[in-house]
Write a protein that binds this ligand. Sequence first.
Ligand SMILES: [Zn+2]
Ligand SMILES: [Zn+2]
Length: 183
Amino acid sequence: LEGIHLVPLLPDRDLSLARLADSLRASFRLPVSVDQLPVPVEEAYDASRRQYHSGHLLMLILRHAPAGNGKILGVTSRDLFIPVLTHVFGQAQLNNRAAVFSSFRLRNDLYGLRHSHALLRERSLKEAMHELGHTFGLRHCSGGPCVMNPSTYVEDIDLKPAEFCLTCHTTVFPSQTSIQTGP
Ligand SMILES: [Zn+2]
Ligand SMILES: [Zn+2]
């Protein structure tokens, strides 16, 4: 099991995972597929917070992942948290296999604004790239505009590009980066 696998975990109906997979394929230049895994998402639900524990979800994803080295990105519409924060957009294992992101806080209508498919799609792509970047060993980046810039608010996501900066890109794709030399 190589490449990148998008796993729907109660995803937003307004978000096309096939289209997200196409975008990720273009960005990472790796095989990307959408695969079902029997992850019991409800086990990560915290009734007192009415949110889903993202670390618990990562553990469940790993437990149900087929053997191999492929990256597994869970895509959910449920609101995620870690105990020390009110919410997270996503979480990933650094330099390992499992990641998850939530579209819950990526929808304009959550903030009383008109729903935008385009914004939902763009923000989801950035969060998917960001969490996958962590699985490829990237930490948060503050060296310039980069999809690995950290995001606290949805506005932060809108400000960063759906691209890795050169430093991050070289780390994720050492073999794809050619250095131009010449006269
Ligand atoms: Zn991050
Ligand atoms: Zn960067």
